[in-house]
Design a protein around this ligand. Structure first.
Ligand code: 9WO
Length: 267
């Protein structure tokens, strides 16, 4: 059902989404639609420029508002002609609000969105002020353009479409679908590089396995992303067993003299 209209100077980025893996199934079945619009096709002048030098000086170039608006109008018109309801215009930027799985779930059940992919040093602010409904960030880093975040969003929406994952349950069972990080997974062999599979997973006690997985989700989330657990607690989404484990984790923290070390980063 969701239709994405992507404003981009580099439509080629999006081809692999149509032809590879899980996303391909979503496109083949028509569960997700993707149309790209190149601002250059809507630029005027002999050079069909889509960028110009920044007022006030400084390095790099800024995307012109007018070709973007012309592309947006064409996308809107095509949506209307296809009978697609109006959809929000989203721009990918590190200055945006962090994308969450709840946003993805909402988009997956919506008519879709128009995705604006910036390039160069950025987009003329007046286009954003007048025509962008929300700015979305995938994290605190800078890319050469908004295409890869747009692909990430489309991928996240596509895999939630009914029938796309094959196993309907796996979309409900992954990280964040329940507001917590996922539990660890194991498969054959039973012994790898001196490491065994947790014994509980080798027995057939499905209630014990479910409880073990839930405990690991809570434990991992508590260590790495305590705010996720606190949000679940506030929303009263922790059952009695969850609350018992959380109490134990807090007692362990209180007794520990090895305070949680700060994240050392990647370098
Ligand atoms: C870049 C930037 C840097 C610091 C603070 C705010 C910022 N906004 C932008 C921006 O909108 N840049 C445009 C899109 C043009 C240059 C490439 N663009 C971009 C988007 N780089 N990185 C992103 C991005 C988007 C979502 N999540 C992470 C990074």
């Amino acid at each position: 059902m969701p239709r994405f209209d992507v404003l981009t100077l580099f439509a080629g980025y999006f081809e692999p989404l149509r032809t590879q893996g899980i996303c391909r199934r979503a496109f083949d079945s028509g569960a997700v639609q993707l149309h790209t619009w190149n601002p250059r096709d809507f630029a005027s002048g002999a050079h069909r420029s889509v960028d110009d030098r920044p007022y006030g000086g400084g390095p790099g170039m800024v995307m012109l508002a007018e070709p973007l608006l012309a592309a947006l109008r064409a996308a809107r018109q095509a949506r209307e002609q296809a009978g697609a309801p109006p959809a929000p215009v989203l721009l990918f930027s590190p200055a945006g609000r962090a994308l969450r799985q709840a946003d993805v779930q909402r988009l997956a059940q919506s008519p879709g969105a128009v995705l604006v992919c910036g390039r160069y040093e950025g987009v003329d602010q007046r286009f954003i002020d007048r025509h962008v409904d929300a700015e979305i960030s995938l994290g605190d880093f800078v890319l050469s353009g908004g295409e890869i975040p747009a692909m990430a969003l489309i991928d996240a929406v596509a895999r939630l479409q009914p029938g796309v994952l094959g196993d309907e349950l796996s979309a409900q069972q992954d990280s964040f679908s329940d507001g917590l990080l996922d539990c660890p997974h194991y498969t054959r062999p039973p012994l790898f590089d001196g490491l065994e599979v947790p014994q509980v997973l080798l027995g057939g006690d499905h209630a014990r396995i479910a409880r073990w997985r839930r405990d690991r989700m809570l434990e991992l989330s508590w260590r790495r992303r305590p705010e996720l657990v606190l949000a679940m607690e506030r929303a009263q989404r922790l059952d009695r067993d969850d609350q018992r484990l959380l109490r134990a984790l807090r007692e362990r923290d209180a007794g520990a003299d090895d305070r949680q070390a700060p994240d050392p980063g990647y370098t």
